[in-house]
Design a protein around this ligand. Sequence first.
Ligand code: F6R
Length: 606
Amino acid sequence: MCGIVGVLGNHEVAPILVESLRRLEYRGYDSAGIATVNDAGQLHRRRAVGKLANLSDLLVHDSLPGKSGIGHTRWATHGAPTTDNAHPHRAGPVSVVHNGIIENFRELREELAAKGIKFVTETDTETVALLTQQHLRQGMDPRTAVEATLKRLEGAFALCFLFDGETDLMFAARKGSPLAIGHGDGEMFVGSDAIALAPMTDRITYLEEGDYAVITRAGAQIFDAAGAPVERAVKTVQMDAARIEKAGYKHFMAKEIAQQPTVVGEVLNDYVRGDKIVMDLGGIDFAKVERLSIVACGTAYYAGLTAKYWFEHYARLPVDIDVASEFRYREAPFAPGTLGVFVSQSGETADTLAALRYTKGKADKVLSLINVPESSIARESDVAVEIHAGIEVSVASTKAFTCQLATFAILALKAAHDRGQLDDASLAAHLADLRALPGLLSHALAIDTAVQGVARKLESARDVLFLGRGQMFPLALEGALKLKEISYIHAEGYASGELKHGPIALIDKDTPTVVMAPHDGLFDKTVSNMQEVMARGGRVILVSDVKAADKAAEGVWQTITMPDAPELIQPILYAVPAQLLAYHTAIAKGTDVDQPRNLAKSVTVE
Ligand code: F6R
């Protein structure tokens, strides 16, 4: 979602701001802008709709001098993506960039309107600039004015302020949306995340909930929500450029798909030693857990849904699973002995975070599967288990999904062992299966060329169905989600057995059906469903293994053949064809693979 940068530098700041915004492009945006204070103390701004290239072009013709500045990439929430609605917003001497939502902005607008104040945008952010301007007019200095403004704001947000006449002053505030302060040599920076600041500094302070900071080139003074000065640690973060470059791949998504054998290997290295699972769960004892309540959004939810099959099958542990946006308002009661489990790559998803806050104090404990250790979800959980995917830049989640699955598989086996459902020998056998995963994933990546051929045929489809049964059902949902989000082809995932209960009406020669069916205990049942599709003139793309492909290939339109694999790891392995199918179809259609329209990487609004 929106990206924020701020720089109090020693050089012209406009190119630095644009470059930093480029590093935040992965978050998704539809307009961008910067504001600077020049050496004479004058505040000016430039904004443009669309990609950052439009802002850069504008700056070529209409440059923006100054060594202090703020910048923003906007993902529209209040008001269309227009130049007027683009950040930075300005009210007289105040300029502000904002991520998140000011929930009481209507009330604040009415209050300001009653004083005769006019609005030039449809955004919630403009009220922040106007309120601060009002406070300055009452004689407050910039710091007191910002403090007074912050006290009036409700919602989840990160803000950065700049003032006309102030060449060495910036304010940053965090409530709900993360914000990082970067420390340079005689320079200071602000960024939505450390990635934005990577070329300038690796010394980062993360603001905590409710904190605000008064920043000059000499450093940052941080205050907590009550206004008391606080010390926040300066951490050195590993943010080397190679991790956030395409490294020769055409897209981040291609790079991230290809990284899966390595990152899944890291999950195994961290949590499996020989025949044992070594995972610090902060005292959570699965033998005493009665029930799991898994909550997440999107792809992370599908990882949780797959885990439900594993926990119930291997550990005989009942699992409830919900999408966070529903769960947060459902007021679900918790049975004694429930462990709340939250899954989030970004660790900042607003709905998942709100669901976690609802669960705390009601469930026995809260455990999360996270990729960003400094994230809000990681910090607010009793136990945060890292999935080790590394930075995921492409909006469509790929390697985070397989790392979530690998981590869940290990957790489910641990639960099974702790609950006496798996003896040492069976655990060792399953861990050996898991250890084969990186090799099998590399092997599976070799289907790339075959998938390209299938994708060229899928490109012209308007609708696509994905079918899966048992632990492959969540993968059918994930395959459909990946395809629709990056190729814009309408796709739906169904449990194979549900076909007859409605979706079969959609089957015709123009609606291809992708069947995810390795040779498992349910294979013959899925083949029957596949026959039902073909009997109605439907065209089937069968994704299956060597064992099964021969058995069921007759009448199938296209086959993608996967390596044979033990049952536990099949959903992890079959993520690869689901991802590649979406990727190559998007390439064939010429869509923006890494930054699909309307989507954001980190969904910090509900
Ligand atoms: C799909 C995708 C999204 C995310 C979802 C949750 O490719 O990336 O569906 O999985 O927005 O995001 P996190 O995991 O950051 O909470």
